[in-house]
Design a protein around this ligand. Structure first.
Ligand code: UGA
Length: 428
């Protein structure tokens, strides 16, 4: 059965959710508070880079509209999806003010059957939203937590073909409604209580972040003992109890989710009187990861003052333009603070995220970026970097040093080209 859905928030999650629900046949209104964003969407442009999203929005335009007006969004809505951001406050706790602003805006909603929170929130938020709904005279409206598990760059596929759809509810009727809303989605729906759904989201990201920090710690021990993390991680991951995903050593995890969510879960645990020691270690390992490798680079270069370093890849992972909490930002700041000159290349990074660093020059190609550099540091494993003519790169660099922070290139090939080649957790 098709439903009228209002999605609050036209960021990564809101846009993907809105477009996918329209694809499933529902009538969707997406509301955001940023006028330029809504103007762009109305003009047929997508303000974020997400493969497949633009096409999906275009082919569902009859069922998908965009508005700045909250009243217009909720006027007909049967289901409201809350997909606003919940940024961390200095304490690490999530700032829920935007979530509650949406609830405030629902007072006049006369067709509303359910409010669903998709934003990542601390456990216990559902109870607070329920109380706010009751206070707003919306006691009859159901509530669900429906966290998202989509990764940027493949969010549309993750939504339509998920490992699982998690639906946290207090009433069967709301579970039935949200399950029906997902008809056509190719994945199992798991119905549970609200607190468990909220915890599943934070727990899943904590598990993935833990796997990455474990791999990075193993890589450090590999470096010290002459073992090769690539071989070790491959062999470990072949045990299905462990699994091979998220065992790629590198310069640490970044992005809008893992750093924020792991800190939020740690804050939640501390506030509940149970300091989460393992997660604290996972976060510390990640915070140290890029710093430790800059130290290795510094030692190899005999200091960073007056050295030129080319950063290859700036986004927090390939396949996105997103620079939020990207390791490159920590690395660039550190290099500049130590007196190095920083050049960079990235095929997609949002210009706005690099421009404020007037001292970091951006170049159109990796070859141009490494020209005159004392070291090339691969920060993001863009596939383009594997195709660079490294032989040519060597001739334009001041010093033939590559620090491959994502273990993208083949050590023997690079050494054969005359490079000093350093990487993460592999013998030098
Ligand atoms: C992550 C999760 O993968 C999604 O399941 C989740 O829904 C999402 O967060 C979210 O909470 O919204 P995302 O942040 O888009 O998705 O990116 P990932 O592909 O998970 O990568 C995160 C970071 O981990 C990147 O910096 C990546 O380079 C790093 N990473 C990943 C590694 O260093 N090693 C790995 O083996 C895998």
């Amino acid at each position: 059965m098709t439903r009228k859905v209002a999605v609050f928030g036209a960021g990564y999650i809101g846009l993907v959710t809105g477009a996918c629900f329209a694809e499933l046949g529902h009538a969707v209104v997406v509301r955001d508070i940023v006028p330029e964003r809504i103007q762009m969407l109305r003009a047929g442009d997508v303000p974020i880079f997400e493969p497949g999203l633009g096409d999906m929005i275009a082919r569902n335009q009859d069922r998908l509209s965009f508005t700045l007006d909250a009243d217009e969004a909720v006027a007909e809505a049967e289901v409201v999806y809350v997909c606003v951001d919940t940024p961390p406050m200095p304490s690490g706790d999530a700032d829920l003010s935007r979530v509650f602003a949406v609830i405030e805006a629902l007072k006049g909603a006369s067709h509303l059957t359910a409010v669903v929170v998709k934003s990542t929130v601390p456990v216990g938020t559902g109870e607070r939203v329920r109380a706010a709904l009751d206070a707003a005279g919306l006691e009859h409206v159901g509530y669900a937590s429906n966290p998202e598990f989509t990764a940027e760059g493949k969010a549309v596929g993750d939504f339509m073909h998920p490992d699982r759809v998690v639906v946290g509810v207090w009433e069967d009727a709301t579970a039935k409604l949200i399950t029906e809303l997902h008809e056509g989605v190719d994945g199992p729906v798991l119905v549970m209580d609200v607190a468990s759904a909220e915890m599943t989201k934070l727990g899943a990201n904590a598990a993935l972040a833990t796997k990455i920090s474990l791999t990075n710690e193993l890589a450090t021990v590999c470096e010290a003992t002459g073992a090769d993390i690539e071989q070790v991680a491959r062999a470990i991951g072949m045990d299905p109890r462990i699994g091979s995903h998220f065992m790629k050593a590198g310069l640490g995890y970044g992005g809008s989710c893992f750093p924020k969510d792991s800190r939020a879960l740690r804050a939640l645990a501390t506030n509940s009187g149970h300091p989460f020691q393992l997660l604290t270690a996972v976060i510390e390992v990640n915070d140290l990861q890029s710093r430790r490798h800059i130290q290795r680079l510094k030692a190899e270069l005999g200091g960073l003052r007056d050295r030129t370093v080319a950063l290859l890849g700036m986004t927090f992972k390939p396949g996105t333009d997103d620079m939020r909490e990207a390791p490159s930002t920590i690395i660039a700041s550190r290099l500049l603070a130590e007196g190095a000159t920083v050049r960079c290349w990235d095929p997609l990074a949002e210009p706005g995220a690099i421009e404020p660093w007037t001292s970091v020059s951006r170049h159109a190609t990796p070859l141009e970026a490494v020209s005159g550099a004392d070291a090339a540091l691969i920060v993001t494993e863009w596939p383009e970097l594997a195709g660079v003519s490294w032989g040519q790169a060597r001739t334009v660099m001041r010093r033939p040093l590559i620090f491959d922070g994502r273990n993208l290139l083949d050590p023997q090939t690079m050494k054969g080209l005359g490079f000093t080649y350093m990487s993460v957790g592999r013998p030098t």
